[in-house]
Design a protein around this ligand. Structure first.
Ligand code: NDP
Length: 399
């Protein structure tokens, strides 16, 4: 079928590469590129020898010219951006310059501001339409599968959806006193920002981690979850017709929150640069450098994740509740692809999104969030490629 350029060689990229190699009819050739080519080579070494041909390249994805040069050399059908959110716009610019489709898993963020909003990428809509190329935004788990679940609920279960509660629970244990499951900088920026939820046409801000619930979740049991802002709220509020309320909930243990509080109180989570011994450093980037590398957590993490969406609304004149979720086991992921479930649950949907664009099923010139596409082939692919989903009509909120 074709070629994919994968930008990034971290936790998520490792899973994307493994998964692309499991679908060699679609991904005949891939190129893995990041600033540190040795990380790309290490991935290639693990997977070489299968039907998917693998190349590696060095690229600084902050630099549009370097990207354009690489794209012109490799001639991919799609670029899968699993670098960091800071690179989204430069990679989109390079895709525009070369006429290549684009997929990512996180919205663009400027380095100096944690915003979690789509405005910068939505501003490319017309340019992508005119160029006849597709940008699929947010094809990870959340955003990503949560948007596909929402489109599925809208298409198959409801006449009107009134509320969506996205519940992201990780019951994994890596044995460290404190570590983040994906890029610590992105993770901590997300958690220390104000929370917010969508209600009746507007976003209501809440102080960080100030609203808590307890859900009894299938296969992992009762869990404390906290309301956070999350980027998919913005697109779901536009794309799910008639929606009245959307909230995003994530689990944190008391231990995790205590560590985070201390780090925050001493200024280690700040994103404004400070001068240290004559050099400018960003405290959060320094913290990232001393925390365990998320890609090293795989062998030590045990337990499961459960991520899903609870919908309430109306079907055939009656009130209805529908819960659709995936449970993923950290150790099973590690045995399959050498990463824990957080990277796995992001990397599998990134591969699926890219596959659907490449095979033409999701080809739609413009810039689109994932819930704008037909959810059916994605839901089928989740079952086939390692993230099977389950449903219930009776989710349990304890408190
Ligand atoms: P990692 O930090 O493990 O990896 C990031 C990779 O990006 C590294 O290999 C790094 O390599 C590369 N990179 C960084 N800057 C550049 C650059 N300027 N040019 C080229 N490559 C660069 O992160 P993760 O794998 O954990 O996360 C990847 C993405 O997935 C992030 O955007 C994250 O927000 C997103 N994500 C999405 C989720 C979802 O459910 N939607 C959940 C989890 C993550 P090098 O330094 O060598 O360049």
């Amino acid at each position: 079928m074709g070629k994919a350029l994968i930008i990034g060689a971290g936790g998520v990229a490792g899973v994307v590469v493994h998964k692309c190699c499991q679908v060699p009819d679609v991904f005949e050739e891939i190129c893995i590129a990041s600033r540190t080519v040795s990380k790309c080579d290490a991935l290639k070494e693990k997977l070489d020898g299968g039907r998917t041909k693998i190349q590696t390249a060095q690229v600084d994805a902050d630099n549009v010219e370097e990207l354009v040069e690489l794209i012109n050399r490799f001639q991919p059908d799609i670029v899968i951006n699993v670098a960091l959110p800071y690179q989204d716009l430069t990679i989109m610019d390079a895709c525009l310059a070369t006429g290549v489709d684009y997929v990512d898993t996180a919205n663009y963020e400027p380095l100096d501001e944690a915003k979690f909003e789509y405005s910068w990428q939505w501003a490319y809509r017309e340019k992508f339409e005119k160029a006849g190329i597709t940008a699929l935004l947010g094809s990870g788990f959340d955003p990503g599968v949560t948007g596909v679940f929402s489109a599925h609920a809208q298409k198959h279960h409801f006449d009107e959806i009134h509320t969506i509660d996205i519940v992201d629970a990780n019951a994994g244990d890596h044995g460290y006193p404190f570590a983040t499951n994906f890029n610590p900088e992105i993770n901590i920026r997300e958690i220390t920002a104000n929370g917010s939820y969508f209600e009746n046409g507007e976003f209501i801000e809440t102080p960080p981690l100030s609203i808590k619930r307890v859900y009894d979740l299938p296969e992992i049991g009762p869990k404390d979850v906290y309301l956070l802002h999350h980027e998919e709220l913005e697109s779901l509020a536009l794309n799910i017709k008639g929606i009245k309320k959307i909230r995003f909930w994530m689990t944190f243990s008391e231990n995790y929150l205590n560590h985070l509080k201390v780090l925050e109180n001493v200024g280690m989570t700040a994103i404004e640069p400070i001068i240290f011994e004559g050099k400018e450093i960003v405290p959060l980037q320094f913290l990232k450098a001393i925390l365990p590398d998320p890609s090293s957590l795989g062998p030590r993490t045990i337990g499961k994740t459960n991520i899903g969406c609870i919908f309430q609304g109306i079907k055939d004149g009656k009130e209805k509740t529908y819960y659709v979720y995936n449970v993923c086991d950290h150790q099973e992921c590690y045995a399959e692809v050498g990463s824990q479930a957080i990277s796995y649950t992001t990397g599998v949907p990134a591969m699926i999104g890219a596959m659907l664009v490449m095979t033409g099923k999701w080809k739609n010139p413009g810039v689109h969030n994932i819930e704008e596409f037909n959810p059916d082939p994605f839901m089928d692919a989740l079952n086939k490629y390692g993230l099977p989903w389950q449903e219930s009509f009776d989710p349990k909120l304890i408190d």
